[in-house]
Design a binder for this molecule. Structure first.
Ligand code: HXC
Length: 518
């Protein structure tokens, strides 16, 4: 081709127009808010030089665009393509707030849909960097239909490729359902927000004053609603967190998670584990200390850290291989299971199961949270989700009972008959239908009422109940626990057990889908 000829020159001119289209003023506005531009975000996200853009020159369908000025809108407010993160293929799109507020018109939507379909065909994760005013008002119903296409694609890809949303600006109205349908949501504090109806509507309908941050900021979604799984202080750290997260998961549902060279110095026999769980069942401790003393050093990566904290969820590595951890947290509400923690656990288990991540459960739970509020808000329905998710999961499943394991909570937390592959207990485990105090009060009501010194009698009966019933040895004698193990040897045991389960295969009867209690 003649590079001085008109065709090549026309081609180069368009490239230049694309490069120059971004308004300096709008970029400054973006930076002044503490936000990066879409291209700067992609530069941070992807391995250097790996980004391959598609549809850079599409133009919007928006009515009223001046003839001959379409270059102002090349790309239609979203940059899309594929690239690599630590050498692994990902598909991605980044909404560009400097072009019509990153609003979603039909061309913008079709561009995203194209990338979604590619990601599904290639079996690669899709990462959405969201910064958008929502449905493009000028395009009316066309932009709504564009959202519907995107939602439909997310649902079709669910459980096949990981789908991650990173909210780096507004996500308002029905547009929030795109991240909500994905597997994980990252948010950046103070510059991102998500709500179905904004502060103006809240004021109009309910006459309540609320700021953007209070209504749908990152902190609210990380602590209260549970919509955000991860929040970070700025966009750089949000992207770094996302990259770390991706290192734990496979690219699709037929691959296994990547393994890393085990750098850990966690000893296989670790005496520190003997000192963490107090013998006194009423004393709290931090279950994360137990986790960190078992998994590969520094590998525990917590998910939904600020939400429903009585249950801890996260990825870790054991011998360089990813596992999903679910652990009751005795430090928060004694580790009780409530509505939020049940849902948090269930959703995490289902992700791990879909993406071949073995599950490890640490159990120390007094039961489900009693009370009118919990009952009326549906603890029956929501607790059932956790039960369903554990039972449905066909990945390797191991439970270690550290201490309390009572009643329904015993069953739910991956008990043997629910499908646990290996169920271990520490000698401190208390396994029974209910805790000693409650059991004695029911079984010996009459005797206690008639006793001269009821407190003394109660203490004796509680002691007897612990010795005869609420301990791991009875469960072990009946085969409900495979082995009572020495806490210091837990890592060694787990390494061997997970290795033995590597080729686990479960035949799942054919059906359209189960009916998880939603
Ligand atoms: C078209 C939009 C837009 C939209 C913003 N812009 N939102 N254009 N459609 N939805 C444009 C603005 O006109 C402006 O253009 C530029 O983007 C930047 O917007 P500003 O308002 O100047 O920015 P800022 O002050 O930061 O405010 C951001 C904002 C606000 C809070 C997001 O723009 C806003 O409230 N937008 C409307 C949000 C909304 O209600 N969207 C519809 C949600 S319903 P210029 O030319 O001046 O730069 C929805 C339905 C989805 O999305 C249904 C799915 C099922």
């Amino acid at each position: 081709m003649d590079i001085d000829g008109k065709y090549y020159k026309a081609y180069k001119k368009r490239l230049k127009m694309l490069e120059q289209q971004q308004s300096k003023e709008k970029v400054k506005k973006q930076h002044d808010k503490g936000k990066l531009t879409a291209r700067e975000r992609l530069d941070l996200l992807l391995d250097e030089g790996s980004f391959e853009e598609v549809d850079a020159f599409v133009v919007p369908d928006t009515l009223g665009i001046e003839f001959g000025k379409v270059e102002k809108y090349f790309g239609d407010g979203v940059i899309a393509g594929h690239g690599k993160i630590n050498g692994r293929l990902v598909f991605t799109y980044a909404q560009d707030f400097t072009i019509m507020g990153g609003s979603l018109g039909i061309v913008h939507a079709n561009k995203i849909a194209k990338i979604q379909e590619m990601a599904l065909k290639m079996g690669a994760p899709i990462i959405a960097l969201i910064d958008s005013g929502g449905a493009r008002i000028q395009e009316g119903i066309a932009s709504l239909s564009g959202y519907a296409t995107i939602f439909n694609n997310i649902i079709r890809s669910s459980g096949i490729i990981p789908q991650i949303a990173v909210i780096m600006g507004p996500a308002a109205g029905g547009a929030v359902y795109s991240p909500a349908l994905m597997d994980f949501v990252f948010m950046t504090s103070y510059t991102s927000y998500m709500f179905v109806t904004g502060p103006n509507v809240v004021k109009e309908v309910l006459n309540e004053d609320v700021s953007f941050e209070e209504l749908g900021g990152a902190e609210v979604h990380a602590k209260k609603s549970g919509v955000a799984h991860f929040i970070y202080d700025d966009e750089e750290n949000t992207i770094l967190g996302l990259k770390k997260f991706l290192s734990y998961i496979p690219s699709n549902n037929v691959e296994n998670p990547p393994t890393v060279e085990e750098t850990g110095k966690t000893p296989d026999i670790n005496n520190k584990l003997l000192d963490i769980v107090p013998d006194d069942p009423n004393k709290a401790y931090d279950v994360k200390e137990v986790i960190n003393n078992i998994v590969d050093k520094g590998s525990f990566f917590e998910i939904s850290e600020l939400y429903a904290q009585s249950l801890v969820t996260g990825f870790a590595r054991l011998d360089g291989r990813t596992i999903g951890i679910i652990a009751n947290q005795p430090k928060v509400l004694a580790g009780v299971l409530d509505i939020n923690s049940s849902v948090k656990g269930a959703r995490f288990i289902r992700f791990c199961d879909a993406f071949n991540i073995p599950l490890l459960t640490f159990e120390d739970v007094p039961g489900f949270l009693p009370g009118i509020d919990q009952e009326h808000s549906g603890i029956i329905r929501h607790g059932a989700k956790l039960l369903y998710a554990y039972s449905e999961a066909s990945v390797p499943k191991i439970t270690i009972i550290l201490r309390k394991s009572y009643g329904g909570a015993y069953i739910v937390m991956n008990s043997k008959n629910l499908g646990g592959d290996f169920n271990f207990a520490w000698p401190t485990a208390e396994i029974a239908v209910m805790g000693p105090e409650g059991a004695v009060a029911i079984l010996y009501r009459k005797e206690l009422a008639e006793a001269e010194d009821p407190d003394k009698l109660k203490a004796e009966l509680v002691k007897k109940y612990r010795e005869r019933i609420a301990n791991p040895f009875v469960a072990n004698e009946k085969g409900f626990i495979d082995e009572v193990i020495d806490p210091s040897q837990t890592r060694k045991k787990l390494k061997t057990a997970f290795k033995a389960l590597t080729n686990k295969w479960v035949e799942i009867p054919s059906r359209k889908h189960g009916n998880i209690p939603l």
